[in-house]
Design a binder for this molecule. Structure first.
Ligand code: HEM
Length: 219
């Protein structure tokens, strides 16, 4: 009789462990790339580095450092037991995550404004919308937490969570697609049909699914 719930719990922990691997790998990549970009001249290595552009470099490489940190911290906020037992910790970590997410979004938006993305206007649009949504979700989550409106706070915090994970989902979509198709409709300049869909597909469908879930929960 007890096997079914135990099996479910086991499947849940296994699922979490499996998701943790790509998450930690990408967060570590992002952290290392960011730290190197802040400390060294990466002109030879990446087009993202702006020679003689210290402000742009700080914006985009600090964006990577903070983004990597937020990605690791954000899932901890979802653990109900931690929230219930250590509410102070939840509040402090929450503030750190929200502030860092706002800085991540601003850094990305600044970079898009100054340099533009590698694939041009349509990718600029997709990523700028992504940044604007992250900025909005962060500000709203903070606002409703301060107002003590925890239903709305939790809805905005979940939206922020999905957006933070979007950056990982973007890479996972590519890994899956390239494994399945060898990169059909995609190219190095990121302007193939698959790439163009990806400018938006790493966050909009997931936000839509979350909206349905939030509405059901409210009902
Ligand atoms: C937690 C969230 C995020 C993380 C961890 C993250 C991480 C990264 C990393 C590691 C890169 C380097 C590119 C690569 O090697 O793949 C990058 C580039 C970039 N990110 Fe983010 N990012 C996040 C959120 C955002 C947001 C919200 C925006 C939108 C404003 C954004 C805009 C950009 C842009 C425009 C680039 C340069 C793209 C290019 O032209 O190649 N990122 N980010």
């Amino acid at each position: 009789m007890q096997w079914a719930p135990r099996g479910l719990a086991m499947a849940k922990y296994l699922g979490i462990a499996l998701l943790a691997v790509p998450l930690l790998a990408f967060a570590a990549y992002s952290l290392r790339f960011g730290v190197r970009g802040l400390g060294f001249d990466l002109t030879e290595e990446t087009y993202i580095y702006t020679p003689g552009g210290p402000v742009t470099n700080v914006a985009i490489f600090a964006h990577m450092v903070l983004g990597g940190a937020v990605m690791v911290l954000a899932p901890l906020q979802l653990v109900g037991r931690v929230r219930a037992r250590y509410p102070r910790l939840h509040r402090i970590t929450g503030r750190v995550i929200i502030t860092a997410s706002i800085a991540v979004a601003l850094g990305g938006l600044f970079y898009i404004g100054v340099r533009g993305t590698v694939a041009g206007p349509l990718m600029d649009l997709g990523f700028a919308l992504y940044g604007a949504l992250m900025l909005g979700a962060g500000l709203q989550a903070l606002r409703f937490a301060r107002a003590g409106d925890f239903m709305r706070h939790s809805a905005w915090a979940l939206r922020l969570f999905v957006l933070v994970m979007g950056s990982l989902i973007y890479r996972l979509h590519y890994a899956l697609w390239y494994s399945l198709t060898d990169g059909l409709w995609s190219n190095e300049q990121l302007v193939g049909p698959f790439d163009q869909v990806q400018y938006f597909a790493f966050y909009l469908p997931y936000l839509a699914i979350l909206e349905v879930w939030i509405r059901r929960r409210a009902a």
